[in-house]
Design a protein around this ligand. Sequence first.
Ligand code: AMP
Length: 384
Amino acid sequence: MLVLVINSGSSSLKYQVRDVAQGSVLTEGLIERIGVGNGGGGDGEIEGPRDHAEALELVDAAIHRELGDQEVAAVGHRVVHGGERFAEPVLIDNEITRAIERLNPLAPLHNPANVLGIRAITRKWPQMPQVAVFDTAFHRTLPEHAWRYAVPEELYTNHGIRRYGFHGTSHEYVGRRAAALLEIPEAEFDAVIAHLGNGASVTAIQGGHSVDTSMGFTPLEGLVMGTRSGDLDPSILVFLGRAGWTPEDVDSMLNRDSGLKGLAGNNDMRSVVEASEAGDAKASMALAVASYRLAKYIGGYHVAVGGAKALVFTAGIGENSHQFRSLVAGRLGALGIELDAGLNAARSREPRVISTASSAIPVLVVPTDEERAIAEATAAVVSG
Ligand code: AMP
């Protein structure tokens, strides 16, 4: 079955056509600058559509060029927010589309764009089965003591203010692959999964289910990220408000100017590691803050799951930065965790163990593949 995976942003549309049985990518691309006029243009990019419908025409043309008369059987959408309703991928109809739209206030940058993508497909291919795969769904199993904020009840009942968690598709996929690699049945798999990309979150998995995760009401909570602050004292926001900062100023500072960028002046882990190795004290401090914060979460989640059977690294930094993995593991000696320097430094695209034989629990690197997970979930829903 060929599945078209769509990640629809407000001004971009990322797509991939996957052969689900083969696990292969047949073609992929990125349409940018939707509705914002023409831009510079890079290799392989198609630019300048007026809206998502026009962007979809470009995708359709590109797919036909690449695949000839092979037919796409279903479309899988990455949808950021599934609120409290969606715990599983679902077949999309008008009611589901409206339900996703009703969640717009919880993800104002993402859900409206996801809905634009869904509606564009509905208009172009009315008979095409479409499936929504939610970033939050895997975390619907969080117990209430993990998702509650200690604030007055009405914030939850009137505004939906609670912890939702994100990156669920990746955490679930990586957890499943890690369990398979270790030959532990999923239902018995207790682990800590660290998804470390430009956005970063860590999840506690117990019996194959998410029981805690570091992102909360929005993807801002938790770890130090490329440009996001992660955890901080909420009073800082009040303080800044009194000092004349607008909500937009604060939002932009916390989401775009903080994290590695705020600490080291650069949001790219590779550059920060290089700067640190060249003696840049700010870069070294940024790495120390980020690795310390993550190590605290890992320790906490080890407790939350009653003793993890594995620690798993994934995403851009987790898969590629042996330096950052080593910094984190270096703070986990109290858990008996010990990396094998050679295995940690080796480069590979395969899921693998990077800890020593005497490490108290295995440490793994498992490449994530959200598009693959979305394609598989879509095929599963469509074929019932
Ligand atoms: P992602 O959002 O998953 O694409 O991850 C982006 C992050 O991964 C950036 O901070 C990159 O610097 C980091 N990254 C990608 N490749 C490498 C690498 N080879 N070494 C260190 N960090 C890397």
